[in-house]
Design a protein around this ligand. Sequence first.
Ligand code: FDA
Length: 300
Amino acid sequence: MNPINQLILSVIRLLPRSVVRRFAMRYIAGEELDDAVRAVRAINSKKMTGTIDVLGENVSTREESLAAVRECEAVLHSIQKNDLDSNLSIKLTQFGLKMDEEFCYSNVKRLLETASGCNNFVRIDMEDSSTTSATLKLYERLRSDGLANVGLVIQANMRRGLEDVQRLIPMKANIRLCKGAYLEPESIAFRNREEIRLRYLKLLRTLLEGKCYVGIATHDDFLIGSAYQYIHEMNLAKSTYEFQMLHGVRTKLRDQIVDRGHRLRVYVPFGQYWYAYSIRRFKENPQIAWYVFQAIFSRS
Ligand code: FDA
């Protein structure tokens, strides 16, 4: 991390939690499930769908993983009970991926079965590169075991992205395509902004041509404009893709996308681990820390 970003992060760490909370809550629905329900209800009222994420990752005990499964099941039941238009996003390290892959598999399988009973869908987020191969392997196993209500994420900054996409196309995987939030070594990832954009577009075209359902997850005007162009050129039905954006980010752009008649899904994280999560995200992506820093000091 460069010294300026290091400094920004240090200042954020010195601030009282209550101050950081005010700004972290721009990106997070709240600490309780009810907060996420309220956020998704508001999103649905704007003709957008949601995907709820229970904050937490890298758990170190089986008990914590099982608690996460129960919490995610509660989310699925609550979506159904409240008649929300939302699915669920999960992180495999919250389900024990780093402790025991078999245990993680059984946790995710159980969750997908609950989701299926609620007529819902679960998206597996992609975490840092230490988990990519295991995540893909687990996803492929779920699909080959006949579990279809599950999708995956591909990160355009990863050099392996195209190979992974080609592996996923034959199974018509439902893919969220994003730039990638984790700082990875140059040997395995693109670091240059323009290179990542070009790669994103290459992967997007490949997935759309491969007839995969794509969640176009970005707030980048250039990528969104290019996606509109592909959709037009390929004469794609609105039911074959959706745009996706993070809670609290570029809300005007969200409205414009919906006004153009495209589907749009908002990623809604909630939970008690918001502080650790926010600090980790700030570290992984100093640009986010900069947004928070600016927000704090422009308003105070
Ligand atoms: P970029 O960062 O260039 O942002 C474009 C513009 O959007 C910025 O100039 C700024 O104006 C605005 N903006 C972006 N982020 C902002 C913020 N936090 N606050 C304020 N303004 C902001 N990554 C990953 O590795 N694994 C995953 O599973 C996911 N999942 C995921 C789901 C969804 C729905 C989204 C939208 C994103 C992810 N990501 C992710 C994160 C993704 O990889 C990426 O880090 C961010 O989306 C930022 O990249 P953009 O494409 O938005 O471009």
